[in-house]
Design a protein around this ligand. Structure first.
Ligand code: DLL
Length: 438
């Protein structure tokens, strides 16, 4: 009898022993550094300034010697300056708009596209999905990575994909019902809109075959998850990613729903102090820095994401050895300072949704008053609440102000607004309206 051939199951990377994982990470890191040094001028210049050569990276800890890459580097080298492959080998571009000026552009060669499809496949499998799923991809298709990223991953899994993209919510709901969607992929804020619209159309999501959501691309709190899971009768999984690194699929929750497993064989995570750039130990909160380990057309070395989280190194009950990151509550650039206190939008969301009678629709308005920054929070309340008497509304308002104060530490004006008055989003929600005078 000939020796049995064991076909490598790539998902086994989820369960690798630490020493194998680290050996793989190191050899991939060395390859990535060499490729960048040879092909990306900005990176070579920064290495040369430090007197560093690719062969100086001898251990994983040596990653700390490498220079950071920032979003401004992508802007400054717009559009193709950080590519390590000639355009003739690049098969796909994506772009992320950002808040100001030119977009940032990212490129993939065929290998990268396949690697991405496979990591999203692993991410979906991590939530318990398999080929029997009917997957409605309601992230936007186009320059945004969400739609095509989820699409290729779900196809690689063998699932049945409905490539509907974002928008046209009534049609989303009709197809969800008629096609028997079991998994929906979109932003959590868009899914809230679907729940709401479903109520209007008399489609109760709880009664449909829908059982899971793969939600990401924007911060959302545990309170938001609770509302979604209760209102739609599904399990809501948090998926994380960013265009600069690949798109969706950098990290995802498993059924334990207690932190997001990072696909560490492909993306090396570090946490740094955002002010000093010093590396922080596992468990401490700081800025997530990511290095791609198997991306060819546009490798990213020590990319500063601005996303704030911590690494959870304790083993997970699901058995995966991949370390986890905590939910990304905030970005360092989302924070605002009111009366000397640092405030994150996610704290406000958590406070608002901890009180019954509110809906997940709210807006944080920053403005200038007597030369100082101030903030007002508008929150929609349910129709039943709105028809309540004045005393009932005042009571709710006091409750909300109190909930916000106890989480944020300062008193913030909370205004109750009627249902359906705050704009809904079909993609990333715009929660903060900045009207401050500059
Ligand atoms: O949002 C990629 C993506 C698509 C991720 C679909 C998940 C699902 P960008 O448009 O480049 O890429 O935005 C990346 O969005 O740096 C975070 O600030 C934020 N973000 C993404 N996922 C999450 C999440 C896509 N699960 C930026 N929780 C990131 C919190 C998230 N923030």
């Amino acid at each position: 009898m000939s020796a049995m051939v064991v076909k490598e199951d790539v998902s086994s990377h989820d369960y690798m022993k630490k020493e194998y994982l680290e050996a793989l990470q190191l050899s991939r890191l060395q390859k990535t550094v060499r490729r960048s040094y040879e092909n990306v001028e900005l990176f070579r210049k920064r290495m040369d300034e430090r007197g560093l050569k690719p062969e100086d990276i001898r251990s994983l800890a040596d990653i700390r010697k490498l220079p950071f890459t920032m979003k401004t580097d992508l802007r400054d080298t717009y559009p193709y300056g950080l590519f390590a492959s000639p355009l003739s080998e690049v098969v796909r571009l994506h772009a992320s708009s950002g808040t100001t000026g030119k977009p940032i552009v990212v490129g993939y060669n065929q290998h990268d596209i396949e690697m991405w499809a496979d990591v999203v496949r692993r991410a979906m499998a991590c939530t318990g999905m398999d080929a029997s799923e009917v997957v409605q991809v309601a992230y936007g298709y186009g320059l945004f990575t969400g739609g095509l990223g989820a699409h290729y991953g779900a196809e690689a899994l063998g699932a049945t994909v409905i490539p509907i993209s974002g928008g046209n919510t009534d049609r989303q709901l009709m197809l969800m019902r008629d096609f028997g969607t079991t998994t929906i992929c979109c932003t959590p804020s868009y899914f809230n809109f679907m729940i709401e619209q479903g109520e209007k159309l008399g489609i109760d999501l709880k009664k449909l075959p829908l059982k899971r959501g793969i939600f990401g691309a924007e911060p959302w709190t545990l309170e938001m998850r609770k509302r979604i899971e209760e209102n739609a009768g599904i399990k809501a999984f948090d998926i994380y990613g960013l265009s600069e690194i690949i798109g969706p699929g950098v990290a995802i929750e498993c059924p334990e729903q207690n932190g997001l497993h990072v696909f560490e064989d492909l993306f090396y995570p570090e946490i740094i102090d955002p002010d000093t750039g010093e590396a922080l130990p596992d468990g401490e909160f700081g800025e997530l820095v990511l290095t791609t380990l198997d991306k060819e057309a546009m490798p990213m070395i020590r990319y500063r994401t601005r996303d704030l989280t911590r690494i959870i190194a304790e083993p997970c009950a699901c058995g995966r050895t991949l370390r986890r990151i905590d939910r990304i509550g905030s970005r360092s650039d989302d924070m605002f300072i009111i009366r000397g206190v640092n405030v994150f939008p996610s704290q406000i969301e958590a406070a608002l949704l901890s009180v019954e009678g509110t809906t997940p629709n709210y807006q944080i308005i920053l403005y200038t008053e007597r030369g100082m920054d101030n903030v007002e929070v508008d929150v929609e309340i349910t129709e039943e609440m709105f028809s309540d008497d004045v005393a009932g509304l005042e009571k709710l308002q006091r409750k909300l102000a109190h909930a916000v104060e106890s989480l944020v530490g300062i008193r913030i004006a909370v205004k109750l607004v009627a249902a359906h008055t705050i704009a809904r989003s079909e993609g990333k929600a715009r929660r903060v309206i900045d009207r401050r005078e500059r």
